[in-house]
Write a protein that binds this ligand. Structure first.
Ligand code: SF4
Ligand code: SF4
Length: 281
């Protein structure tokens, strides 16, 4: 079945100085809550009495309703793709339910700032809680389910599963760009065996628009955003320099400048999304 560490070091890769950097106390409070309340709740007992429903659309609706009730703004279902499972881990579940949660536009607009880092930490916590609650709910229906935390440590890659589930398209910033929020949201995931109806990838015109827009590339203080796409596991795509980005994000107020300046953040906020970003031209 699933192999995932019971205890996850969310700040893996940071040195002592970075770990003890003076982040805003409110942000640290959320990170502490994640460590205290979320660790070890990735999986649990499955109710031996299965809720049998002949039509998978009923179960899909129940799962979607629960995801939204627990705070998710975006929900989509795809099959688990083994190529997008972390090396050394194994996921036997068939389905991946991707959850997205919006980060507040006004707070993110101040980034880098204590206010924006607190908002980022809040969404990591709230969305982590949502993924855990959804997995618990599915297990209560008699089907195995496992939560994969938005802050990391899960067994599946969140972004390709979210794209397969129709939450949005991959942008130059290596994040999913959604119609509802642009890239201004975080992702979590629940893998499960409950029979669900699949969603499909969407064509919003965002990936195409990124070819001619370089707003994020120019704004990134770490020079982490690429000019050109490159082949990764046989797929041509934009891939940021993760090490440079992480190093910069580990500063006391974090980063997320690329999310703030993304054309689709603004368009989605103003409700002016047009396919291909025409409204921004
Ligand atoms: S989060 Fe900051 S450092 Fe990382 S890619 Fe975005 S702008 Fe660059
Ligand atoms: S700022 Fe422009 S290039 Fe960067 S992700 Fe957004 S739309 Fe794409």
């Amino acid at each position: 079945m699933i192999q995932q560490a019971e205890k996850v070091d969310f700040f893996q890769g940071m040195d002592e100085e970075q770990r003890s950097a003076s982040r805003p106390p409110e942000a640290d409070r959320y990170f502490s809550l994640i460590a205290e309340r979320h660790q070890g709740r990735w999986r649990g007992e499955v109710n031996p009495v299965k809720t049998e429903v002949a039509d998978p659309s009923t179960l899909t609706r129940m799962v979607r309703d629960m995801a939204q009730e627990s705070g998710a703004d975006l929900v989509g279902v795809a099959e688990v793709t083994q190529a997008f499972v972390y090396k050394g881990r194994h996921v036997a579940h068939k389905y991946a339910v991707s959850l997205g949660m919006e980060m507040d536009y006004a707070r993110l607009a101040t980034t880098p700032s204590p206010e924006s880092l607190i908002e980022i930490a809040r969404v990591y916590y709230e969305l982590g809680e949502s993924t855990i609650r959804l997995a618990e709910y599915i297990r209560s229906l008699g089907y195995d389910a496992h939560s994969h935390h938005p802050l990391g440590g899960g067994a599946v890659l969140l972004i390709p599963h979210a794209i397969a589930a129709g939450l949005g398209e991959l942008g130059r910033i290596s994040l999913v760009i959604s119609r509802e929020f642009g890239p201004r949201f975080r992702l979590g995931c629940v893998t499960t065996d409950i029979p669900l109806l699949l969603d499909k990838p969407v064509d919003l015109g965002a990936a195409e628009f990124c070819r001619k827009c370089q707003a994020c590339l120019r704004a990134c203080p770490a020079g982490a955003i690429p000019q050109d796409q490159r082949q990764v596991r046989g797929i041509e795509k934009y891939t940021i320099d993760g090490a440079s980005c992480r190093l910069h994000c580990n500063q006391p107020n974090g980063c997320a400048i690329c999310i703030k300046v993304c054309v689709f953040n603004e368009l989605a906020h103003r409700g002016k999304w047009l396919k291909g970003g025409e409204a921004a031209l």
